[in-house]
Design a protein around this ligand. Structure first.
Ligand SMILES: Cc1cc2nc3c(=O)[nH]c(=O)nc-3n(C[C@H](O)[C@H](O)[C@H](O)COP(=O)(O)OP(=O)(O)OC[C@H]3O[C@@H](n4cnc5c(N)ncnc54)[C@H](O)[C@@H]3O)c2cc1C
Length: 462
């Protein structure tokens, strides 16, 4: 759609980007992990990128878009995987990167500008001995607002669960997209109205979250003869409440070769390639962790002390990147760089029989679905989720795999759709459409992402 000149006037001195490179780069995320989304989303572009300096600028952009009925798509770090931040109908992309302040921090909680990158938040919290409870493996680039609006879990989830669990987000401040935008504070369970809603129902400007005490997190890699042995270790270790831990990831032996920089730590004495476990554990308890590795028939092949791990994470030194960048969906990134035909799925294993189902998936889809397991503690129980690599053939085959997994009791969230309604177990159960009527009455925010919500205004901009 053409941007009316009057909209530009109304944007006044809000910084804008309009060169082809910026429009392309700020209209993309990592949708290309999916061969299906890649085909659909490659050519979608915003007409203008607005880069607000503060909340007043955000409100000016919101008011102008509402007045001129121009679509508005909010963007954090642009690290989402399903084209959530892609402006399907063009219009304005709102880059939140400058709203990156630590608004306040105190023992137990902190409040941050939505555009603050999670690594920078942790950097600011470190002197007081605090840190975010968990962060995606994209910690370096992902924003806290983008994590609330589009993320789920990550390093830290083995102790603290997921972003949608009760108490994981204390409050969010939201700006509405109306001629006279309002600022709404959502607290308690009301935060779910905008959580994992892909920015379809309000611009999140501030986020308040509980904090954790920061530990000296050291890193370990251990190898095990089989996926099953590695998974049993990971489950038992995650259940050890007395050991402070930040990351417990298991890689199937077939995944390990895709993690090229970790190859030296996967050398085993046997002919069989080993499964690999990556752990971040509080340094004084690393020996306790290693004992459990040995008890499960594993062998530690890599040790990095907490200070060295901290330095690489905070970009103070070069070298092997932080090990969390070989886990969660970074695994797919490493694999696609080696084999561009690889894609992935998102699975959640039920706590009652997760290890049994892991064995079943590995056997049933051998060579086609390659598991890596991200261990989590949620609601007092340990289980694992997975973003398995898939050797892709056709969309029909992908659907058949998902259906079979689902039928067996492995919960599937389909990452090959940008439609929020189809996001499976990642979809937050809250009145998000109802809140959209209030926060985005003209249906301008990220149009096309919430399927079961149509207004005359939406049809008008289609
Ligand atoms: C290599 C790789 C690894 C990943 N690992 C993980 C992982 O471990 N865990 C995980 O949960 N995810 C992971 N992801 C997905 C993604 O990195 C996270 O969800 C991240 O938190 C998204 O943050 P962002 O700032 O990049 O959001 P963006 O991609 O910019 O936006 C995500 C969605 O939120 C909306 N949005 C952004 N900011 C706002 C705002 N202020 N107000 C309203 N809406 C907003 C956007 O419109 C979009 O719909 C990974 C992705 C990649 C590519």
């Amino acid at each position: 759609m053409a941007i009316p000149a009057s909209l530009r006037n109304d944007l006044a001195d809000v910084p804008l980007l309009e060169d082809a490179g910026s429009l392309r780069m700020r209209s993309r995320d990592f949708f290309w992990f999916s061969p299906i989304l890649k085909e659909t989303l490659e050519d979608k572009r915003a007409e203008i990128v607005a880069v607000p300096r503060h909340k007043a600028d955000v409100m000016r952009v919101a008011a102008a878009c509402a007045k001129h009925r121009v679509p508005l798509t909010v963007r954090g770090g642009g690290t989402g995987n399903y084209g959530q931040a892609v402006p399907l109908k063009g219009g304005v992309v709102l880059d939140m990167g400058k709203l990156d302040q630590v608004i306040w921090q105190r023992p137990g909680a902190g409040r941050f500008g939505a555009g603050a990158r999670m690594l920078e938040i942790d950097r600011a919290l470190a002197p007081a001995g605090h840190e975010l409870r968990f962060h995606p493996s994209t910690r370096q680039h992902a924003t806290i607002g983008g994590f609330v609006a589009g993320g789920a879990a990550g390093a830290g989830s083995c102790t603290w669960g997921q972003i949608s669990d009760p108490g994981a987000v204390l409050a969010v401040e939201v700006v509405t997209v109306e001629e006279q935008p309002r600022v709404i504070e959502l607290t308690g369970r009301d935060v779910l109205r905008v959580m994992h809603a892909y920015g379809v129902n309000g611009i999140i400007t501030e986020v308040e979250v509980p904090l954790a005490p920061s530990h000296p997190w050291c890193e370990r890699i251990a190898i095990f003869p089989t996926l099953s042995a590695a998974a049993h270790f990971a489950h038992t270790f995650t259940e050890c409440d007395g050991i402070a831990k930040k990351l417990v990831t298991v890689h199937d032996p077939q995944v390990v070769p895709y993690l090229r920089r970790l190859a030296p730590y996967a050398e085993s004495e046997t002919a069989q390639p080993p499964a690999m476990v990556i752990v971040m554990v509080s340094e004084p308890q690393a020996d306790a962790c290693e004992l459990i590795v040995a008890e499960h028939g594993g062998k530690v092949t890599f040790r990095r002390n907490a200070e060295d791990a901290r330095k690489v994470a905070f970009l103070e030194t070069s070298g092997l990147q932080p090990l969390y960048e070989f886990t969660w969906n970074h695994t797919t990134l490493h694999a696609i760089r080696i084999d561009p035909t690889i894609t992935y799925l998102q699975l959640r294993f039920p706590p009652a029989n997760n290890l049994e189902l892991v064995d079943w998936v590995a056997e049933r889809f051998r060579d086609e679905v390659l598991l890596h397991l991200e261990f989590q503690r949620r609601f007092g129980k340990v289980t694992c989720s997975s973003l398995p690599l898939v050797r892709y053939t056709t969309p029909e085959r992908l659907d058949a795999i998902m259906a079979e997994l689902d039928a067996k009791g492995v919960a599937v969230s389909n990452p090959h759709t940008y439609v929020l309604d189809n996001a499976g177990w990642k979809r937050v159960d809250a009145p998000q459409a109802e809140f959209k009527r209030l926060a985005d009455p003209h249906g301008l925010m990220n149009p096309g992402k919430l399927a079961h919500w149509q207004t005359e205004q939406m049809k008008a901009i289609a």
